[in-house]
Design a protein around this ligand. Structure first.
Ligand code: FUL
Length: 484
Protein backbone atom coordinates (compact mmCIF):
# COMPACT_ATOMS: atom_id res chain seq x y z
CA UNK A 1 0.00 0.00 0.00
CA UNK A 2 1.40 3.44 -0.89
CA UNK A 3 2.00 6.00 1.81
CA UNK A 4 -0.57 8.41 0.40
CA UNK A 5 -3.19 5.65 0.25
CA UNK A 6 -2.48 4.80 3.88
CA UNK A 7 -2.93 8.47 4.69
CA UNK A 8 -6.24 8.60 2.85
CA UNK A 9 -7.53 5.70 4.92
CA UNK A 10 -6.22 7.30 8.09
CA UNK A 11 -8.02 10.51 7.18
CA UNK A 12 -11.32 8.67 6.58
CA UNK A 13 -11.04 6.68 9.81
CA UNK A 14 -10.34 9.79 11.81
CA UNK A 15 -13.37 11.40 10.18
CA UNK A 16 -15.70 8.73 11.55
CA UNK A 17 -14.22 9.06 15.02
CA UNK A 18 -14.35 12.84 14.97
CA UNK A 19 -17.81 13.31 13.52
CA UNK A 20 -19.85 13.37 16.75
CA UNK A 21 -17.58 15.89 18.40
CA UNK A 22 -17.48 18.11 15.35
CA UNK A 23 -21.22 18.32 14.82
CA UNK A 24 -21.73 19.84 18.23
CA UNK A 25 -18.54 21.80 18.72
CA UNK A 26 -17.13 24.22 16.13
CA UNK A 27 -13.37 24.60 16.03
CA UNK A 28 -11.93 28.07 16.47
CA UNK A 29 -8.28 27.19 15.85
CA UNK A 30 -6.92 26.80 12.34
CA UNK A 31 -6.06 23.26 11.29
CA UNK A 32 -2.60 22.00 12.15
CA UNK A 33 -0.03 22.59 9.40
CA UNK A 34 0.50 19.64 7.07
CA UNK A 35 4.08 18.68 6.23
CA UNK A 36 6.79 21.31 5.74
CA UNK A 37 5.56 24.90 5.52
CA UNK A 38 7.08 28.03 3.94
CA UNK A 39 9.17 30.43 6.00
CA UNK A 40 7.99 34.03 6.18
CA UNK A 41 10.58 34.99 3.53
CA UNK A 42 9.40 32.19 1.25
CA UNK A 43 5.82 33.44 1.62
CA UNK A 44 6.84 37.01 0.82
CA UNK A 45 8.78 35.72 -2.18
CA UNK A 46 5.88 33.56 -3.43
CA UNK A 47 3.51 36.51 -3.31
CA UNK A 48 5.80 38.44 -5.68
CA UNK A 49 4.54 36.09 -8.45
CA UNK A 50 6.53 37.70 -11.30
CA UNK A 51 10.11 38.96 -11.31
CA UNK A 52 12.40 40.17 -14.05
CA UNK A 53 15.67 38.42 -14.79
CA UNK A 54 18.31 40.37 -16.65
CA UNK A 55 21.41 38.96 -18.34
CA UNK A 56 24.02 41.62 -19.00
CA UNK A 57 27.80 41.58 -19.37
CA UNK A 58 30.54 41.00 -21.98
CA UNK A 59 28.24 38.55 -23.82
CA UNK A 60 25.92 41.47 -24.59
CA UNK A 61 28.77 42.89 -26.69
CA UNK A 62 30.15 39.66 -28.19
CA UNK A 63 26.89 37.90 -28.97
CA UNK A 64 27.96 34.77 -27.07
CA UNK A 65 25.75 32.90 -24.60
CA UNK A 66 28.67 31.61 -22.55
CA UNK A 67 31.67 33.92 -22.56
CA UNK A 68 35.09 32.29 -22.60
CA UNK A 69 36.46 34.30 -19.70
CA UNK A 70 39.27 35.60 -21.91
CA UNK A 71 37.35 38.59 -23.29
CA UNK A 72 39.22 41.87 -22.82
CA UNK A 73 37.55 44.03 -20.17
CA UNK A 74 37.32 46.95 -22.57
CA UNK A 75 34.59 45.15 -24.44
CA UNK A 76 32.19 46.16 -21.68
CA UNK A 77 31.24 49.74 -22.51
CA UNK A 78 27.50 50.48 -22.54
CA UNK A 79 26.93 53.86 -24.12
CA UNK A 80 23.94 54.93 -22.04
CA UNK A 81 23.37 52.55 -19.13
CA UNK A 82 20.01 53.40 -17.58
CA UNK A 83 18.99 51.10 -14.74
CA UNK A 84 16.10 53.41 -13.92
CA UNK A 85 14.67 52.59 -17.34
CA UNK A 86 14.93 48.85 -16.56
CA UNK A 87 13.26 49.37 -13.21
CA UNK A 88 10.47 51.57 -14.47
CA UNK A 89 9.68 49.19 -17.33
CA UNK A 90 9.79 46.24 -14.89
CA UNK A 91 7.47 48.01 -12.49
CA UNK A 92 5.01 48.97 -15.23
CA UNK A 93 5.07 45.35 -16.45
CA UNK A 94 3.99 44.10 -13.02
CA UNK A 95 7.29 42.62 -11.84
CA UNK A 96 8.07 42.94 -8.15
CA UNK A 97 11.83 42.46 -8.32
CA UNK A 98 14.84 42.27 -10.65
CA UNK A 99 17.60 39.66 -10.57
CA UNK A 100 20.79 40.59 -12.46
CA UNK A 101 23.68 38.42 -13.64
CA UNK A 102 26.24 40.15 -11.42
CA UNK A 103 28.72 37.52 -12.63
CA UNK A 104 28.02 35.02 -15.41
CA UNK A 105 30.18 32.01 -16.32
CA UNK A 106 32.81 34.25 -18.00
CA UNK A 107 33.67 35.59 -14.54
CA UNK A 108 33.24 39.27 -15.45
CA UNK A 109 31.88 41.18 -12.46
CA UNK A 110 29.41 44.02 -12.95
CA UNK A 111 30.66 45.55 -9.71
CA UNK A 112 34.25 46.34 -8.66
CA UNK A 113 34.79 42.99 -6.94
CA UNK A 114 38.07 43.26 -4.98
CA UNK A 115 38.60 39.51 -5.56
CA UNK A 116 39.01 39.92 -9.30
CA UNK A 117 40.59 42.12 -11.94
CA UNK A 118 38.05 40.96 -14.51
CA UNK A 119 35.46 43.58 -13.54
CA UNK A 120 33.89 46.89 -14.49
CA UNK A 121 36.82 48.58 -12.72
CA UNK A 122 39.11 47.45 -15.57
CA UNK A 123 36.67 48.55 -18.27
CA UNK A 124 36.45 51.91 -20.03
CA UNK A 125 32.85 52.31 -18.86
CA UNK A 126 32.73 55.40 -16.64
CA UNK A 127 36.54 55.31 -16.64
CA UNK A 128 36.46 52.19 -14.51
CA UNK A 129 34.51 53.96 -11.78
CA UNK A 130 31.09 52.52 -12.57
CA UNK A 131 29.14 49.93 -10.60
CA UNK A 132 26.09 48.36 -12.25
CA UNK A 133 24.91 46.75 -9.01
CA UNK A 134 24.92 50.10 -7.25
CA UNK A 135 22.93 51.72 -10.05
CA UNK A 136 20.45 48.86 -10.29
CA UNK A 137 19.91 48.46 -6.54
CA UNK A 138 19.25 52.20 -6.28
CA UNK A 139 16.91 52.14 -9.27
CA UNK A 140 15.02 49.20 -7.73
CA UNK A 141 14.50 51.00 -4.45
CA UNK A 142 13.42 54.15 -6.32
CA UNK A 143 10.71 52.09 -8.04
CA UNK A 144 9.76 50.02 -5.00
CA UNK A 145 11.19 46.82 -6.49
CA UNK A 146 13.32 44.20 -4.79
CA UNK A 147 16.89 43.58 -5.88
CA UNK A 148 18.39 40.13 -6.48
CA UNK A 149 21.61 38.69 -7.89
CA UNK A 150 22.87 35.80 -9.98
CA UNK A 151 26.50 35.11 -9.13
CA UNK A 152 27.72 32.14 -11.16
CA UNK A 153 29.89 29.70 -9.21
CA UNK A 154 31.34 28.51 -12.52
CA UNK A 155 34.08 30.95 -13.50
CA UNK A 156 36.04 30.62 -16.73
CA UNK A 157 38.35 33.48 -15.80
CA UNK A 158 39.46 33.02 -12.22
CA UNK A 159 42.90 31.34 -12.14
CA UNK A 160 42.00 29.58 -8.86
CA UNK A 161 39.01 27.80 -10.35
CA UNK A 162 39.45 24.03 -10.05
CA UNK A 163 41.40 24.32 -6.77
CA UNK A 164 40.17 24.58 -3.16
CA UNK A 165 41.35 28.22 -3.14
CA UNK A 166 38.53 29.13 -5.52
CA UNK A 167 35.93 28.37 -2.86
CA UNK A 168 37.56 31.09 -0.72
CA UNK A 169 37.50 33.50 -3.65
CA UNK A 170 33.84 32.70 -4.33
CA UNK A 171 32.86 33.16 -0.69
CA UNK A 172 34.60 36.55 -0.61
CA UNK A 173 32.87 37.41 -3.87
CA UNK A 174 29.52 36.58 -2.30
CA UNK A 175 30.44 38.68 0.72
CA UNK A 176 31.32 41.68 -1.40
CA UNK A 177 27.76 41.72 -2.79
CA UNK A 178 25.81 40.59 0.25
CA UNK A 179 27.52 42.65 2.95
CA UNK A 180 24.82 45.30 2.78
CA UNK A 181 26.47 47.77 0.42
CA UNK A 182 23.64 47.17 -2.06
CA UNK A 183 20.97 47.01 0.62
CA UNK A 184 18.75 43.98 1.06
CA UNK A 185 19.02 41.21 -1.51
CA UNK A 186 15.80 39.25 -1.91
CA UNK A 187 17.18 36.35 -3.95
CA UNK A 188 20.56 34.77 -4.60
CA UNK A 189 20.54 32.72 -7.79
CA UNK A 190 22.98 29.81 -7.67
CA UNK A 191 23.53 28.33 -11.08
CA UNK A 192 24.55 24.67 -10.87
CA UNK A 193 26.86 24.91 -13.93
CA UNK A 194 30.22 23.35 -13.15
CA UNK A 195 32.38 23.48 -16.27
CA UNK A 196 36.11 23.75 -16.59
CA UNK A 197 38.14 26.73 -15.47
CA UNK A 198 41.21 28.26 -17.16
CA UNK A 199 43.34 25.33 -15.91
CA UNK A 200 40.98 22.79 -17.50
CA UNK A 201 39.71 21.59 -14.12
CA UNK A 202 36.27 21.44 -12.56
CA UNK A 203 35.60 22.89 -9.15
CA UNK A 204 34.35 20.93 -6.15
CA UNK A 205 31.87 23.49 -4.83
CA UNK A 206 31.49 23.96 -1.08
CA UNK A 207 27.72 24.44 -1.13
CA UNK A 208 27.21 24.43 2.66
CA UNK A 209 29.75 27.25 2.97
CA UNK A 210 28.19 29.25 0.13
CA UNK A 211 24.75 28.92 1.73
CA UNK A 212 26.04 29.81 5.17
CA UNK A 213 27.67 32.96 3.77
CA UNK A 214 24.47 34.26 2.19
CA UNK A 215 22.35 33.28 5.17
CA UNK A 216 24.70 35.06 7.58
CA UNK A 217 24.69 38.33 5.63
CA UNK A 218 21.19 38.32 4.12
CA UNK A 219 19.06 36.02 6.26
CA UNK A 220 15.90 36.88 4.30
CA UNK A 221 17.42 36.07 0.89
CA UNK A 222 15.80 33.18 -0.96
CA UNK A 223 18.52 30.93 -2.32
CA UNK A 224 17.70 29.47 -5.72
CA UNK A 225 19.29 26.31 -7.06
CA UNK A 226 18.21 22.94 -8.44
CA UNK A 227 17.58 21.91 -4.85
CA UNK A 228 16.92 25.18 -3.09
CA UNK A 229 17.10 25.63 -0.16
CA UNK A 230 14.83 28.67 -0.79
CA UNK A 231 13.32 27.80 -4.17
CA UNK A 232 14.06 25.31 -6.93
CA UNK A 233 14.65 25.28 -10.67
CA UNK A 234 11.55 24.07 -12.47
CA UNK A 235 13.54 21.66 -14.65
CA UNK A 236 13.28 23.44 -18.02
CA UNK A 237 13.87 26.85 -19.53
CA UNK A 238 10.68 26.98 -21.58
CA UNK A 239 8.42 28.48 -18.96
CA UNK A 240 6.51 25.33 -18.01
CA UNK A 241 5.88 24.16 -14.45
CA UNK A 242 4.24 20.77 -13.93
CA UNK A 243 0.45 20.56 -14.00
CA UNK A 244 1.06 18.66 -10.81
CA UNK A 245 3.38 20.90 -8.87
CA UNK A 246 4.23 20.27 -5.24
CA UNK A 247 6.18 22.91 -3.35
CA UNK A 248 7.66 20.04 -1.37
CA UNK A 249 10.93 18.45 -2.41
CA UNK A 250 13.34 15.84 -1.10
CA UNK A 251 16.80 17.32 -1.26
CA UNK A 252 18.86 14.98 0.86
CA UNK A 253 21.70 13.43 -1.12
CA UNK A 254 21.27 15.84 -4.04
CA UNK A 255 23.37 18.84 -5.08
CA UNK A 256 22.82 21.61 -7.63
CA UNK A 257 23.95 20.81 -11.17
CA UNK A 258 24.99 17.28 -12.11
CA UNK A 259 23.86 15.87 -8.75
CA UNK A 260 20.35 17.29 -8.91
CA UNK A 261 17.11 15.28 -8.91
CA UNK A 262 15.71 14.27 -12.35
CA UNK A 263 14.13 17.15 -14.25
CA UNK A 264 10.62 15.74 -13.97
CA UNK A 265 11.02 15.73 -10.18
CA UNK A 266 12.13 19.37 -10.33
CA UNK A 267 9.15 20.08 -12.54
CA UNK A 268 6.59 18.46 -10.22
CA UNK A 269 8.21 18.40 -6.79
CA UNK A 270 7.66 15.46 -4.43
CA UNK A 271 4.18 14.81 -3.03
CA UNK A 272 5.67 13.64 0.26
CA UNK A 273 8.81 15.79 0.10
CA UNK A 274 10.40 16.73 3.39
CA UNK A 275 11.36 20.34 2.59
CA UNK A 276 9.44 23.37 1.35
CA UNK A 277 11.22 24.26 -1.91
CA UNK A 278 8.73 25.93 -4.29
CA UNK A 279 9.36 26.11 -8.03
CA UNK A 280 10.67 29.14 -9.89
CA UNK A 281 10.18 29.17 -13.66
CA UNK A 282 13.00 31.00 -15.45
CA UNK A 283 12.57 31.66 -19.13
CA UNK A 284 13.84 34.28 -21.57
CA UNK A 285 11.70 36.67 -23.59
CA UNK A 286 14.19 35.96 -26.41
CA UNK A 287 15.71 32.73 -27.75
CA UNK A 288 18.95 33.53 -25.88
CA UNK A 289 19.58 34.83 -22.36
CA UNK A 290 21.74 37.74 -23.56
CA UNK A 291 20.69 40.46 -25.99
CA UNK A 292 21.70 40.17 -29.62
CA UNK A 293 20.57 42.30 -32.51
CA UNK A 294 19.62 39.30 -34.63
CA UNK A 295 17.02 38.30 -32.02
CA UNK A 296 15.16 41.62 -31.99
CA UNK A 297 12.73 39.99 -34.41
CA UNK A 298 12.42 36.87 -32.25
CA UNK A 299 11.04 38.36 -29.06
CA UNK A 300 8.25 36.13 -27.72
CA UNK A 301 4.75 37.12 -28.80
CA UNK A 302 2.07 38.33 -26.42
CA UNK A 303 0.36 34.96 -26.84
CA UNK A 304 3.61 33.15 -25.88
CA UNK A 305 3.95 35.30 -22.76
CA UNK A 306 0.37 34.71 -21.70
CA UNK A 307 0.84 30.98 -22.20
CA UNK A 308 3.95 31.14 -20.01
CA UNK A 309 2.05 33.07 -17.35
CA UNK A 310 -0.57 30.31 -17.21
CA UNK A 311 2.02 27.51 -17.10
CA UNK A 312 4.07 29.21 -14.36
CA UNK A 313 2.11 31.57 -12.10
CA UNK A 314 -1.01 29.58 -12.94
CA UNK A 315 0.69 26.36 -11.82
CA UNK A 316 1.96 27.20 -8.37
CA UNK A 317 5.26 28.69 -9.52
CA UNK A 318 6.93 32.06 -9.54
CA UNK A 319 7.76 33.42 -13.01
CA UNK A 320 11.27 34.83 -13.58
CA UNK A 321 11.17 36.34 -17.06
CA UNK A 322 14.52 37.32 -18.58
CA UNK A 323 14.61 40.66 -20.41
CA UNK A 324 18.20 41.50 -21.37
CA UNK A 325 19.46 45.07 -21.97
CA UNK A 326 21.21 45.83 -25.26
CA UNK A 327 24.67 47.36 -25.85
CA UNK A 328 23.40 50.82 -24.96
CA UNK A 329 22.58 49.52 -21.49
CA UNK A 330 18.84 50.00 -21.96
CA UNK A 331 16.05 47.50 -22.49
CA UNK A 332 15.39 47.33 -26.19
CA UNK A 333 12.14 49.01 -27.35
CA UNK A 334 10.93 45.72 -28.84
CA UNK A 335 11.11 43.97 -25.46
CA UNK A 336 9.71 46.83 -23.43
CA UNK A 337 6.79 47.32 -25.83
CA UNK A 338 6.03 43.58 -25.55
CA UNK A 339 6.10 43.79 -21.77
CA UNK A 340 3.59 46.65 -21.84
CA UNK A 341 1.27 44.56 -24.04
CA UNK A 342 1.69 41.69 -21.60
CA UNK A 343 0.77 43.71 -18.53
CA UNK A 344 -2.15 45.37 -20.33
CA UNK A 345 -3.45 41.94 -21.35
CA UNK A 346 -3.15 40.54 -17.81
CA UNK A 347 -4.85 43.67 -16.50
CA UNK A 348 -7.77 43.24 -18.86
CA UNK A 349 -8.13 39.45 -18.37
CA UNK A 350 -8.14 39.69 -14.58
CA UNK A 351 -10.04 42.98 -14.31
CA UNK A 352 -13.46 41.56 -13.79
CA UNK A 353 -13.94 38.71 -11.37
CA UNK A 354 -17.26 37.02 -12.10
CA UNK A 355 -17.22 35.37 -8.70
CA UNK A 356 -17.51 38.78 -7.03
CA UNK A 357 -20.71 39.02 -5.05
CA UNK A 358 -21.25 35.24 -5.18
CA UNK A 359 -22.59 33.33 -2.20
CA UNK A 360 -20.15 30.70 -1.02
CA UNK A 361 -21.09 27.62 0.98
CA UNK A 362 -19.24 24.47 1.98
CA UNK A 363 -20.18 20.83 2.59
CA UNK A 364 -18.26 21.08 5.88
CA UNK A 365 -16.79 24.01 7.74
CA UNK A 366 -14.49 24.08 10.72
CA UNK A 367 -16.33 26.86 12.50
CA UNK A 368 -17.68 30.37 11.90
CA UNK A 369 -14.18 31.83 11.85
CA UNK A 370 -13.38 29.68 8.81
CA UNK A 371 -16.55 30.08 6.78
CA UNK A 372 -16.65 29.68 3.00
CA UNK A 373 -17.40 33.41 2.58
CA UNK A 374 -13.79 34.12 3.69
CA UNK A 375 -12.68 32.81 0.30
CA UNK A 376 -14.27 35.77 -1.45
CA UNK A 377 -13.23 38.58 0.93
CA UNK A 378 -9.97 39.45 -0.86
CA UNK A 379 -7.92 39.00 2.34
CA UNK A 380 -4.96 36.69 1.94
CA UNK A 381 -4.95 35.46 5.53
CA UNK A 382 -8.66 34.82 5.78
CA UNK A 383 -9.61 31.35 4.60
CA UNK A 384 -12.15 28.56 4.64
CA UNK A 385 -11.05 25.40 6.40
CA UNK A 386 -12.59 21.97 6.79
CA UNK A 387 -13.00 20.41 10.22
CA UNK A 388 -10.27 18.12 11.51
CA UNK A 389 -10.24 14.76 9.74
CA UNK A 390 -12.52 15.92 6.93
CA UNK A 391 -10.33 15.58 3.86
CA UNK A 392 -13.04 15.65 1.17
CA UNK A 393 -15.20 18.70 0.84
CA UNK A 394 -17.23 20.61 -1.73
CA UNK A 395 -17.46 24.37 -2.04
CA UNK A 396 -20.39 25.85 -3.94
CA UNK A 397 -20.39 29.36 -5.37
CA UNK A 398 -23.83 30.69 -6.30
CA UNK A 399 -22.99 33.50 -8.70
CA UNK A 400 -24.67 36.88 -8.86
CA UNK A 401 -26.57 36.01 -12.04
CA UNK A 402 -25.49 34.05 -15.07
CA UNK A 403 -21.84 34.57 -16.03
CA UNK A 404 -19.48 33.44 -18.78
CA UNK A 405 -15.88 32.63 -17.93
CA UNK A 406 -12.97 30.43 -19.03
CA UNK A 407 -10.35 30.91 -16.28
CA UNK A 408 -10.82 29.60 -12.75
CA UNK A 409 -8.43 30.81 -10.08
CA UNK A 410 -8.00 28.91 -6.83
CA UNK A 411 -5.57 29.58 -4.00
CA UNK A 412 -4.74 27.17 -1.25
CA UNK A 413 -3.64 28.77 2.03
CA UNK A 414 -0.07 27.42 1.84
CA UNK A 415 1.23 28.91 5.11
CA UNK A 416 -0.44 25.74 6.50
CA UNK A 417 1.31 23.55 3.93
CA UNK A 418 0.22 22.19 0.57
CA UNK A 419 -2.70 19.93 1.46
CA UNK A 420 -4.86 19.39 -1.61
CA UNK A 421 -3.95 16.50 -3.91
CA UNK A 422 -6.85 16.67 -6.36
CA UNK A 423 -9.86 18.76 -7.32
CA UNK A 424 -12.87 18.63 -9.59
CA UNK A 425 -14.84 21.62 -10.85
CA UNK A 426 -18.46 21.50 -12.00
CA UNK A 427 -20.96 24.03 -13.32
CA UNK A 428 -24.72 23.87 -13.09
CA UNK A 429 -26.98 23.77 -16.17
CA UNK A 430 -30.26 25.77 -16.36
CA UNK A 431 -31.98 22.43 -15.54
CA UNK A 432 -30.03 22.15 -12.31
CA UNK A 433 -27.68 19.39 -13.48
CA UNK A 434 -24.04 19.59 -12.42
CA UNK A 435 -21.63 19.05 -15.32
CA UNK A 436 -17.88 18.53 -14.92
CA UNK A 437 -15.81 21.33 -16.46
CA UNK A 438 -12.30 20.60 -15.22
CA UNK A 439 -10.28 18.49 -12.86
CA UNK A 440 -6.70 18.44 -11.71
CA UNK A 441 -4.20 17.53 -9.08
CA UNK A 442 -2.33 20.16 -7.07
CA UNK A 443 -3.45 23.72 -6.34
CA UNK A 444 -0.79 25.27 -4.10
CA UNK A 445 -0.25 29.01 -3.74
CA UNK A 446 -2.13 29.72 -6.97
CA UNK A 447 -3.74 27.63 -9.68
CA UNK A 448 -5.39 29.04 -12.78
CA UNK A 449 -7.45 26.43 -14.59
CA UNK A 450 -8.13 27.01 -18.29
CA UNK A 451 -11.48 25.88 -19.68
CA UNK A 452 -13.60 26.56 -22.73
CA UNK A 453 -16.23 29.26 -22.23
CA UNK A 454 -18.66 28.19 -19.51
CA UNK A 455 -21.98 29.99 -18.95
CA UNK A 456 -23.64 29.24 -15.64
CA UNK A 457 -24.95 30.72 -12.42
CA UNK A 458 -23.23 28.32 -10.01
CA UNK A 459 -19.88 26.57 -9.78
CA UNK A 460 -18.70 23.96 -7.33
CA UNK A 461 -15.26 22.61 -6.48
CA UNK A 462 -14.70 19.29 -4.78
CA UNK A 463 -11.32 18.87 -3.18
CA UNK A 464 -9.49 15.94 -1.68
CA UNK A 465 -6.67 16.58 0.72
CA UNK A 466 -3.93 14.79 2.61
CA UNK A 467 -5.29 16.86 5.48
CA UNK A 468 -8.38 19.07 5.94
CA UNK A 469 -8.31 21.45 2.97
CA UNK A 470 -7.82 25.18 3.43
CA UNK A 471 -8.68 27.62 0.60
CA UNK A 472 -8.33 31.39 0.65
CA UNK A 473 -9.22 32.62 -2.83
CA UNK A 474 -11.42 31.76 -5.79
CA UNK A 475 -12.11 33.78 -8.92
CA UNK A 476 -13.69 33.46 -12.35
CA UNK A 477 -12.36 35.39 -15.32
CA UNK A 478 -12.93 35.64 -19.03
CA UNK A 479 -9.89 35.69 -21.30
CA UNK A 480 -10.60 36.71 -24.90
CA UNK A 481 -6.92 37.32 -25.74
CA UNK A 482 -4.95 34.10 -25.25
CA UNK A 483 -5.42 31.17 -27.59
CA UNK A 484 -3.92 27.78 -26.69
C1 FUL B 1 21.97 28.53 -17.07
C2 FUL B 1 23.17 29.25 -17.67
O1 FUL B 1 24.12 28.34 -18.19
C3 FUL B 1 22.59 30.13 -18.76
O2 FUL B 1 23.59 30.82 -19.45
C4 FUL B 1 21.61 31.11 -18.11
O3 FUL B 1 22.30 31.99 -17.26
C5 FUL B 1 20.54 30.34 -17.33
C6 FUL B 1 19.59 31.23 -16.59
O4 FUL B 1 21.14 29.46 -16.42
O5 FUL B 1 22.35 27.52 -16.23
Amino acid sequence: MTTSFKKLIACATMAVVAIAALSSCAQSDPPAPYGPVPTESQMEWQKMEMNMFTHFGPNTFTGREWGLGTEAEDIFNPTGLDCLQWASVAKAAGFKGIIITAKHHDGFCLWPNPESTHTVASSPWKDGKGDVLEELSEACSAEGLKFGVYISPWDRNDPHYGTPAYNDVYVKTLESVHDGRYGKVFEQWFDGANGEGPNGKKQVYDWPRFHETVLRLQPQAIMFSDVGPGCRWVGNESGIAGKTNWSRLDIEGFTPGAGSPPTDTLNQGNAAGKEWVPAETDVSIRPGWFWRESENSKVKSLNDLLGIYYTSVGRNSLLLLNVPPDTTGRLNPVDSARLMEFSAALGSIFKEDYARGAKASASATRGRKFSASNILDGEYDSFWAAPDAVCDATLTFKLKGTKTFNRILIQEYVPLGQRIRSFRIEAVTPEGKWLPIADGTTIGYKRIVLTDDVTTDAVRISVNGFAPPVINAFGLFHDTIYSE
